[in-house]
Structures are given as structure tokens and as C-alpha cells.
Ligand binder design. Sequence first.
Ligand code: NIG
Ligand code: FE
Length: 419
Amino acid sequence: MSRLITNIKTLVNTRDTSVLLRGGQLKDLPVIHDAYLIMEEDRITDYGMMKDLKKKSSYFNDNTDAAGAIVLPTWCDSHTHIVFAGSREQEFVDKIEGLSYEEIAAKGGGILNSAEKLNATLEDDLYAQAAERLREVVKLGTGAIEIKSGYGLSLEGELKMLRVIQKLKKNFPIPIKATFLGAHTIPAAFRQNREGYIQLIIDEMLPVIAREGLADFIDVFCEKGFFTPEEATKICLAGKEYGLKPKIHANQLHVSGGVQAGVKMNAISVDHLESMDEAAINALAVSGTIGTLLPTAAFFLRMNYQPARKLLDAGCAIALASDYNPGSSPSGNMNFVVALSCIQMKLHPAEAINAATLNGAWAMELQDEVGSITRGKKANLIFTRHVPSVEFLPYAFGSNLVDKVMINGEFVVDTEAEA
Ligand code: NIG
Ligand code: FE
């Protein structure tokens, strides 16, 4: 099946190759105005300016008039926790009344609250809840996603989460990567024996997860009160033995040494980065590790935003992701992530779009599949409503400007193959 798309107002992020973008390179967002795009089956095969279109429309099985829509690669959301049970709006109210994230965690709220709910939820129900969230974000333009475990905190619970992710991979047409986050916090049963929980992760969880092929990456919440850089290193190195590359929660609440620990292990990414000092920025800048910024988590927790400009000035590679989870970012709307990064972190729209597409793809090792308009990549595309410019997208932050989403060359109607 071949398809020609004509009359694209602006075709965004057109690239011959998919290099990871660092520092000043993110400012360059290649576009073609008044463009066409050609696909065979699920892949992009060609694109260019309308005036250079050689083949006649009758040559194609299908012709689609984009009628002046802007077309972008779909968002690559490289950090989410969308497999969770229920919600935590009571904590949202607690926070309004003055309690801090750490105080809520200390009184059994936070991650432990979600763990309790998750362990009491049947796998099928958990799947149904996660699938609903995934359907929602695909309609908002997400065309590749990473999903973490970490609300099970027991062998059974973590396996249940990872099996749900495996089923999402099977049933949804978008690329999905699974990350094992057994080290999200110390569960209540191990409060007096943290070493025992770490050994449970290494000796009992990891071997089963690896044997059953349930994870692509490993993650640790490296933070004061959660896991130290030394513990994070021990857990991630054990994961590496099974071929799971690290992606680490680092420097969210404190300057914790998590960034340096991640860099030292060649982590694919270190994520959050609300609390950065010069040493952490410099360590990241000279590394091959991506700094993944999660502005909606900072927004929701009323924290300082990630120092995006400093990171870019230092030459870091940055990605943007939603962190969709019940505690610190109960939204997976990447359009808002992009807008917020422009409004509050002063990213240029070009930088934000690059960080949420191509660099996000790199942060999931999906750079050969998605993240840009490149020959051979999947035809996973956002078609916008009528808007005057690319910059209008983050500017008009409260409107849903995504008109249609295409995944694997097909417009999304119902994203799931089967329930
Ligand atoms: O990425 N920081 C750790 N984990 C999540 C929040 C988890 C929760 O509160 O449920 C995050 O923000
Ligand atoms: Fe997270």
C-alpha cells in the first residue's frame, strides 16, 4: 500500500540521518514548507516540496490532501509510569494544604500508596487502566513510549506490571519500551532491611525478568530517602549483566550524585534533573548520556524547573518526557510538556520539538524507527489543526491542536489491536 500526502503547510524535522542532538544543535529544526510526503506500507519513503513532486497521484494506492496541516513526527515520550492502579488526588489536596512530597511519602503516601493499590488490583484490571491511558496519549500525538514498573515492589507485583507492559506492546501498534524500576522505593516490609530488598531485586527479580524477556532497561530512583548512588550503581550493574541498560531517576529533589553515577555507568539517560549543580551539569555535558527533563513533574510539585538553558549552553543532549504517573505528573500530554518547556524553561520551540521527538527516540534507543521525518522510519505523524506556524503550537498551550494522528501509515481510529 502506497500513500501520497500533499499540501502539507510545513513538514517538520526532516532529516537524512538521525544524529543525537547536543547543545546548540537543538536550535536547528529542519522544515520544508508546502511539502509532500510519500509512504509505502508503514514507512516513510520520500518527501520534498510540492513543486518538485514528480510522480502522478494515480501512481499511489491512496492520496491524502493534508489541506494545509502542519505535519510533525509523533512525540517520543521516553519516561512514563502509565501502569498504575487508581489515582492519588487526596495527596494532591494534601499538598495544597502544605505537605511536602517527602512528608507525604513518610506517612505512607506517595509510591507506597500506589504500591498498595497496585498489589490489590487484578492484572486484567491493571491492563485496562493502563490501556485507557495509552489510548489517550496516542490521540494526543504520542507515537512511541517508555513505560516503567516500580509500583509492585515485590516479585509478584513487579512481574504483574511488566506483564501488563508486555501485553500493551503486543496490542498497541506503537513502539513501547519496558523499564524495570524495582528500586523505586524500599517497600514497607523491608523498612528495617534495605539490603535485603536490594538483594531481592538482584537475586530474585532480575533473573526472572531477564529469562522472560520482560524488560529492555533498568532504572533506580536515586534520591535522598530512596536509593543512594552506590546502591543505584550496584543495582544497575546487576541489570547490565542481563543486558538491561540503565536509565536513572536522578537529581529530582536533591543534588544527589545520581547524575555522576549514571554517567559513570554509561546510562542511556539520567532523568528529572530539577536539582543540578555545576559538577553535575559538566559531568553530563562530556558524557554520552542524555539528560531527560520532565517539566510537568516540576510544575505539578511546584518545584524549580530543570535548568534547560544551562544544560544546552554546556553542550548536553537533552530530551523531554512526560513522567506520566499518579504522584508527580498525572498527565501524559506531550503537547503541554513541550509548551511548558518553552514557557517556563525558555526552550525555543525548535529546541523543545527536537527534544520531544528525535532526542526522545534516542533516549529509548528507537532513533532508527521514529523521531524524525526520515526515509525508512515509521510513518508515525501528527497532523495539526489549522495553525499559523510551528511556534503557535507551544504558544497556544491550552488548545488541543492535534487534529489527526497517523501510526504505521494509518490514521488512528482505535489504537488497540484487541483487548
Ligand atoms: O518520576 N520520582 C520518582 N518517581 C516518580 C513519582 C512516583 C510517584 O510519586 O508515584 C517520578 O516523579
Ligand atoms: Fe519518573
